[in-house]
Design a protein around this ligand. Structure first.
Ligand code: ACM
Length: 710
């Protein structure tokens, strides 16, 4: 997302077989062991069918690997041995196929299944491990499962005992995705590859790559070099950015980056070796500001300007001239050369129609085409692109707004505004991917800490409890649910470490819900497997979030509260916010509802208290929210710079303190305001903290408030 301001019901424009049997896999072996059914192994996602047998297989440096003599098998063996070496320090070598004992065998069944088949079997017996599949894709998944078995006990080292087990596995859904927003903040090609690697270790198989938006165009297009020469660079927001002048230009240093076509080919090949499909997104007809900044003739107004740096929803749209469709077709031609997958994402979300509505030229074009309104024009736009893609054997997927005004015949709907889009799509016979706000929006915080992100708390458990077969979609239409996807919108992920922190471990919950059969979804069991998963993350160097808030953060003092420990008065656009300055170093993070900066301290103990002290900060109001900006309350100030007012019992109660903001004016960092004396009523009272101000910018915010006693 780009932006969501109100509750879930707000309208869009306001919303800132088993192909391999036991016999093949080895369980008919003469030395097959008695089995114990219904066992769990420490693997995420939980396999479809797990049967424990007796004994164990011990992997040591002497264990040999055997595999078929084909390039895919060789690649999988290489992948597995590298991973094991990297994470366990065990270097296994290959042996010829005659070896029988102390062997891990990767067996690609001759004349096997279709390339898209994902099922595999894994049989661990005391003398041998056999991973088998009819497809190299399935064999890869089996290798990942085996690696997980070998990392289930982080303490084991030179000899890793794996309890004997027979696993038959296949996924519940074929689309198990994560969306990476590389437009709002840029991640390096090296990072994108690492991220792909980590996805593969979760059996996640679709990387939806958000490559263009208002704030950047990140994909090199040979025919239109300005898309990245101009479109990939923006000023960072905020006062600190304005002060960071690049001596070469005398202007604020620009933030950005892009992916060359060589980068993309390398990333796509890397993903293919991990059986991950990349679905590129080229946003249309809105979120087009960076493209229009590069080529103003693509826009409606003809005005040119720099790539914008605010978050939210701009009203910039592509125009509907034939030359603009020719541009998009040229772009898509290069996109299709680079990305071999079936789906191309064309965006479609949050296209505010004002520019089309206000343009005499667009209105005249609509009349000529017999198009009745702007929604129908968006539908025309999407269908025209959809036909172009279909003519090239590709499929259009878009955010659920593409349903408005009529859907292109083969379009697939990514349902983000809840599940209504998925319901409508499935009912109309279209495929759909479930990606609803807020549960699958991984820009929301995952633990109640003081790290940046959207203010809502979406825990690993919330993600795990997401139902991918909702009752609102009739059983007979559920075949249209291709799967699910979580989105890493990156406005509040300034660094690659932030992306990792927001993605993991929630990606593990997503992976299990998307892969494991419904009957195996079991939170308490998953929770028991999580510590081993976090240990795997540590082995891999993933900078994941912890499972709980650290004890020093969780502890609340009787006399002081940080913005994260206070309650917000409203739930309009709550953010745990650090600004987007370019300067290095740690920044303050504030919990604030940017639509109404107001906090409540529940049950403050005022007995013996005679003053309140506050430290405050300010962040730029860099949110494009259209006319909603007029609904932001501006309590009138008493002094030139405004005040932080404190009210007793409720925000409509008696004002007991008013702290002038003059000392903080112009200081982009935290300012400790002088303490304000209060007449304490004694006892326990709610306190409400509100800033008076004349303008929405800057957003004044509480950093910490403290009660001072005698
Ligand atoms: C979206 O969050 N605007 C798809």
């Amino acid at each position: 997302m780009h932006m969501r301001v109100m509750g879930n019901s707000a309208p869009a424009r306001l919303l800132v077989g088993l192909l391999l049997t036991c016999a093949i896999a080895g369980c008919a072996r003469k030395d097959a062991q008695p089995s114990t059914p219904a066992a769990s192994v420490n693997v995420i996602p939980e396999p479809r069918e797990v049967t424990r047998t007796e004994g164990a297989f011990t992997v040591t440096a002497d264990t040999k690997i055997v595999a078929n003599d084909d390039p895919q098998s060789a690649q999988i063996v290489q992948y597995f041995t590298d991973l094991l070496q990297r994470t366990r320090g065990l270097q296994l070598s290959s042996a010829d196929a005659q070896s029988s004992d102390d062997v891990i065998e990767f067996r690609l069944e001759a004349g096997g299944s279709a390339p898209e088949a994902e099922d595999y079997s894994l049989v661990v017996s005391p003398r041998r491990v056999v991973v088998s599949s009819g497809s190299s894709r399935g064999l890869f998944h089996g290798a990942v499962t085996l690696w997980q078995l070998l990392t289930a006990d982080p303490a084991a080292s030179k000899a890793i005992a794996v309890p004997a087990v027979t696993i038959h596995d296949s996924p519940r859904f074929r689309w198990r995705g994560l969306m990476l927003d590389s437009a709002r903040h840029y991640q390096s090609p090296q990072f994108v590859k690492q991220f792909i690697d980590w996805m593969a270790l979760h059996k996640l198989n679709v990387l939806h790559w958000h490559l263009t938006d208002d704030q950047a165009w990140r994909l090199e297009i040979r025919k239109y070099p300005k898309l990245t020469q101009i479109g990939a660079w923006r000023v960072p927001a905020g006062a600190a950015a304005a002060a960071d002048i690049d001596p070469a230009t005398g202007k604020p240093r620009l933030y950005g980056g892009f992916y060359s076509q060589d980068d993309v080919r390398d990333i796509v090949a890397y993903a293919a070796q991990r059986y991950i499909t990349i679905v590129p997104e080229i946003e249309t007809p809105g979120h087009a500001s960076a493209a229009v900044a590069a080529y103003p003739q693509l826009g409606v107004t003809g005005k040119s300007g720099p790539v914008p740096a605010d978050w939210g929803i701009y009203d910039t749209l592509y125009n509907v001239d034939d030359s603009t469709f020719a541009f998009l077709e040229d772009v898509l031609t290069e996109v299709m050369e680079l990305f071999p997958g079936q789906y191309i994402h064309m965006g479609g979300d949050e296209a505010v129609k004002d520019q089309w509505h206000d343009s005499p030229k667009v209105q005249a074009q609509m009349r000529k085409l017999g198009i009745k309104d702007e929604h129908a024009l968006q539908s025309y736009f999407v269908q025209r692109i959809g036909r172009f893609l279909a003519a090239h054997d590709r499929k259009l997927i878009g955010w659920d707004e593409i349903l408005e005004g009529g859907l292109a015949p083969d379009a697939t709907v990514m349902s983000w505004r809840g599940l209504e889009g998925a319901e409508a799509a499935a009912k109309a016979g279209h495929d759909t991917v479930l990606s609803p706000w807020p549960t699958l929006y991984f820009d929301n915080r995952q633990i109640d800490d003081d790290q940046p992100g959207r203010g809502r708390l979406i825990t690993v458990e919330d993600v795990y409890r997401f139902d991918p077969a909702p009752a609102s979609i009739p059983v007979e239409q559920r075949a249209h649910i291709l799967g699910l996807q979580a989105n890493l919108w990156a406005e509040h992920m300034r660094s690659e470490a932030r992306v990792e922190y927001m993605a993991f471990p929630r990606a593990a919950a997503l992976a299990e819900v998307a892969w494991s059969p419904a009957a195996k979804i079991d939170w308490p069991d998953f929770e028991k497997r999580l510590p081993a998963q976090l240990a795997r993350y540590d082995m891999l160097g993933i900078r994941h979030a912890p499972l709980a808030v650290s004890s020093d953060l969780a502890q609340v003092s009787a006399t002081s509260r940080t913005s994260h420990q206070l309650e917000l008065c409203t739930d309009k656009l709550p953010l745990s916010l650090e600004d987007d300055a370019p300067l290095t170093g740690k920044r303050a993070v504030f919990m604030v509802d940017v639509m109404e900066p107001c906090w409540i301290w529940r049950g403050a103990q005022l007995t013996g208290i005679d003053a309140i002290q506050a430290s405050v900060g300010q962040v730029p109001f860099n949110f494009q929210i259209g006319k909603d900006v007029n609904s932001i309350p501006l309590p009138p100030p008493q002094t030139a710079a405004g005040e932080l007012d404190v009210f007793l019992d409720s925000c409509a109660g008696t004002r007991i303190a008013s702290m002038p903001l003059a000392p903080a004016l112009g200081n982009p960092e935290i300012t400790a305001l002088p303490a304000a004396d209060i007449e304490s009523p004694g006892g326990s009272h709610d306190l409400c903290f509100v800033f008076t101000r004349r303008s929405v910018d800057p957003i004044w915010t509480v950093d910490r408030v403290q009660l001072v006693g005698r």
